[in-house]
Design a protein around this ligand. Structure first.
Ligand SMILES: Cc1cc2nc3c(=O)[nH]c(=O)nc-3n(C[C@H](O)[C@H](O)[C@H](O)COP(=O)(O)O)c2cc1C
Length: 148
């Protein structure tokens, strides 16, 4: 049996331009992708036109992921100004998206997943050579860490 390899696609849900590409067209596009076996959508928006008016705020693209998930019934990844661990967690926990992805936040802080895990009381897998850097107050952060 062939191993299952999920294949998804990044969509720009709107280009924020009047008479441009919009969410209704993305919904139709996503439905056509679903019929063809697409497994998930990574939902962003276009940032290409000087005409666009975007009101930027944390998670400003999440409603597009939420709408596509609800109306098309496909798993979605939400992106866009998601920088805080609790915000990321709430997007997934509330069912607005199935996953979140970060770009600029990770460029700024490459250890973002560790810091998010620490804030949320979760655990991460760290290579043995990092185990000694686990902060004193976070004794359970690194899963299965053993220091002799
Ligand atoms: C200036 C700029 C332009 C972007 N243009 C597009 C675009 O045209 N289409 C698209 O799908 N995503 C676009 N993105 C989104 C990025 O591809 C990426 O998903 C996003 O930066 C992730 O969000 P974050 O960096 O806020 O974590 C753009 C992002 C920025 C900062």
């Amino acid at each position: 049996m062939q191993p299952f390899r999920p294949a998804g696609i990044r969509v720009s849900a709107t280009d924020w331009v009047e008479d441009g590409w919009d969410i209704e067209q993305t919904l139709a596009f996503a439905a056509a992708l679903k019929v063809r076996g697409c497994d998930f959508l990574d939902v962003s928006t276009g940032g290409l036109s000087p005409q666009q008016k975007i009101s930027l705020s944390p998670g400003y693209q999440v409603p597009f992921a939420e709408r596509l998930k609800r109306d098309v019934g496909m798993p979605t990844i939400a992106v866009g100004l998601i920088t805080e661990a609790r915000h990321a967690e709430s997007i997934v926990a509330s069912g607005q998206a199935d996953m979140v992805a970060l770009a600029r936040g990770i460029l700024y802080d490459p250890r973002w997943p560790w810091h998010a895990a620490a804030e949320l009381g979760a655990q991460v897998d760290a290579p043995p050579q990092y185990w000694r850097c686990q902060p004193r107050e976070l004794k359970a952060l690194f899963r299965d860490a053993r220091i002799s």
